[in-house]
Design a protein around this ligand. Sequence first.
Ligand SMILES: CCCCCCCC/C=C\CCCCCCCC(=O)SCCNC(=O)CCNC(=O)[C@H](O)C(C)(C)COP(=O)(O)OP(=O)(O)OC[C@H]1O[C@@H](n2cnc3c(N)ncnc32)[C@H](O)[C@@H]1OP(=O)(O)O
Length: 201
Amino acid sequence: MTMDLQTERCGVDGAAAAARRVIDALVRAGDISGADMAGIADRLNAVADDLEAQAPPLRDRLVNMWRGDGNTRHDPAAGPENPIAPPLAYTGRPDGSIESDVTLGLPYQGPPSSVHGGVSALLLDHTLGVANGWAGTSGMTAELTLRYHHPTPLFEPLTVTARQVSVDGRKIRTTGAIAAAGRTCVTAEGLFIAKPLPRPR
Ligand SMILES: CCCCCCCC/C=C\CCCCCCCC(=O)SCCNC(=O)CCNC(=O)[C@H](O)C(C)(C)COP(=O)(O)OP(=O)(O)OC[C@H]1O[C@@H](n2cnc3c(N)ncnc32)[C@H](O)[C@@H]1OP(=O)(O)O
């Protein structure tokens, strides 16, 4: 099964994809590009002014973000309507694991040409959480242990995987990894505690 986050058609998705492209292009250009950065700042601020003037009250937007009981679309790892999400798109496997293929660019850089460790932690925390949802028992992250085995490359396809390992009362244990070209770069072990937080209504 493929999660349908990317196929649902919402107007904000297109704007979020454009914003993602702007972030990437801005980091790529920097101050050595010769671009008119002052003019670009004016144009981007005009877009922000327009959005802020038309934004609904925060509470209405929160209720809208958490509508229904299923997947959300706004998170910073897989949310198609969030420009800071790469975004990951998951495939669920019959063996209970989930997987996402993604290539990360300069906005996610830590060491030279490598993914920032905090970004890897974000992607793994979320992916372990989605694996829990796929397995049918979800929880809040209580502990997340990461091991960084090799630098995770930018600009190359990465595979992010996770699988729920056990459920013991409210304690859920889940593991995951990020690999590049078949080489494991980061592994994660998570302890999640089943505790549903009410959705804003
Ligand atoms: C194609 C695929 C399709 C799939 C479809 C699926 C859809 C999926 C959809 C959407 C996925 C979304 C995924 C999101 C993922 C993101 C997750 C996050 O980032 S969560 C935010 C960060 N985490 C927090 O902010 C927690 C903050 N902490 C707390 O709220 C509490 O501390 C909490 C809930 C963790 C525990 O609090 P208490 O009061 O409920 O429970 P107490 O009584 O303290 O603990 C219960 C047991 O757990 C142990 N425990 C608790 N915390 C522990 C810890 N840190 N280490 C070890 N044990 C701990 C305790 O010792 C206790 O064990 P004893 O029952 O006594 O044996």
